[in-house]
Design a binder for this molecule. Structure first.
Ligand code: HSE
Length: 436
């Protein structure tokens, strides 16, 4: 049978990886897909560089719309990124009856509802394994492998840049700004790392996972997003002394009242496997009622790891594109008319345990004033650590771990503690998850 023809929009790091892996493994991929898969057309503004990558046998153009307009192209891979031109091109490709493969988490987390509806109307597939955790097949696992389960929660290290920075901060005892500069020098962090360090990239990915895990629409605007920019090396050290590591987690959790969707630095017990995921690696834990806890680990970015996910989608489409659209795996795992309107909970209703660091005057009654605020707020203390004050300093750090409470309750208690005259600096509060 004639190979399925693929048009590639954007041949940067992931695009060139996709081209190379498809070529290298073409025979095995054909045996799996039942048909060859060939990139026959590439659009990239840098036509010269694109030609160098793909050689003579591939049509290279500067205008992505020429790819979309080509009737011979069956599948369009979008690797441009962002919400701007990428959104227009994806919608145009769908309107032209092309199946789409994309690694664009930002686009789908924000405009997914519109894009999936357009795809459904046209009977085409929009596949996005590469959008979450790069080479880890977490979309496949959530959507198909765990389909028997009522998913309870998903929690992942889904941004390699921030995990690299946190690992370096812990290993070397350095502060955030110093490590960020080093990460940029080494090419681990982008020149503009805002989306990574502010947690936005992780929130895009968590949003996609929440939709697939719980059968709700993508709702990035409801996600609570905190990055790692305000994290201090001292809290990483104290957490370590108490048996925890701090990771930037993307969390989607089912509660009776709704769904928690949040990204923030999180204390995780050091003994958990996920706490030991270091450097730029990614890992996602999924808790299902039948399967229990599962863990998926691998490279969350990079040329060939991400290409691995892109090509898995190409193979899926090659196998499935002739199937009746109603009998394909739904984009968001649940049948589109079965999505629920379960609310995404405001952060005040989220339930977690907390780590608190208070800089206090070293004098009598200070600890009891703090603990009595917690007690009257119905917040139970799990552990307390107090460092000896240095000679002549007359102040010290008190570290408190609490049991689980509602965020709104903790915020009210924090305001009361902050108002104490003996609390000398802004209180640091971080959320803690046992992930048991
Ligand atoms: N910038 C992301 C990361 C990779 O650092 O993990 C692409 O989502």
């Amino acid at each position: 049978m004639k190979p399925i023809q693929v048009g590639l929009l954007g041949i940067g790091t992931v695009g060139s990886g996709t081209f190379n892996v498809l070529q290298r493994n073409q025979e095995e991929i054909r045996r799996r897909a039942g048909r060859g898969i060939e990139i026959t057309m590439v659009a990239d503004l840098n036509v010269e560089r694109a030609r160098e990558i793909v050689g003579d046998g591939v049509d290279v153009v500067a205008d992505a719309r020429q790819v979309i307009a080509n009737p011979a192209i069956d599948i369009v891979i979008e690797l441009i990124g962002g919400y701007g031109i990428a959104r227009a091109l994806v919608l145009e490709a769908i309107a032209a009856g092309k199946h789409v493969v994309t690694a664009n988490k930002a686009l789908l987390a924000v405009h997914g509802t519109e894009i999936f509806a357009a795809a459904r109307e046209k009977g085409v597939i929009v596949a996005f394994e590469a959008a979450v955790a790069g080479g880890i097949p977490i979309i496949k696992a959530l959507r198909e492998g765990l389909t028997a389960n009522s998913i309870q929660w998903v929690a992942g290290i889904i941004n390699g840049t921030t995990n690299f920075i946190l690992s370096e901060m812990r290993d070397k005892g350095l502060d955030f700004d110093v490590v960020l500069k080093e990460a940029q020098r080494l090419g681990y962090a982008e020149a503009d790392p805002t989306f990574d360090i502010e947690g936005v990239d992780a929130a895009h990915k968590a949003t996609l996972m929440s939709a697939i895990a719980f059968g709700v629409p993508v709702q990035f605007d409801k996600a609570h997003v905190e990055g790692i920019t305000r994290l201090s090396a001292v809290d990483i050290r104290y957490a370590e002394q108490l048996g925890y590591r701090i990771k930037l987690l993307g969390i989607a959790k089912r509660q009776a009242a709704g769904i928690e969707l949040r990204v923030h630095p999180t204390l995780v017990p050091s003994k958990r496997l996920i706490a030991n995921v270091e450097g730029a690696m990614n890992a996602v834990m999924v808790q299902g009622d039948a399967v229990g806890t599962t863990l998926y680990y691998g490279k969350g970015a990079g040329s060939e790891p991400t290409a691995s996910a892109v090509i898995a989608d190409l193979v899926d489409i090659t196998r499935l594109h002739t199937a009746d659209p109603d009998h394909r795996v739904p984009h968001l795992a649940f049948q589109p008319d079965e999505l629920h309107t379960t609310p995404i909970l405001p952060i005040e209703q989220v339930r977690t345990a907390f780590y608190l660091r208070l800089r206090v005057a070293d004098q009598k009654g200070v600890l009891s004033a703090i603990t009595s605020i917690l007690a009257t707020s119905d917040i139970s203390i799990d552990a307390v650590l107090q460092r000896e004050s240095n000679d002549g300093e007359h102040q010290t750090d008190v570290i408190i771990l609490t049991h689980e409470t509602q965020e709104g309750v903790m915020r009210a208690a924090l305001a009361q503690m902050q108002a104490l005259e003996t609390v000398l600096a802004p209180i640091v509060s971080l959320r803690k998850e046992e992930l048991a």
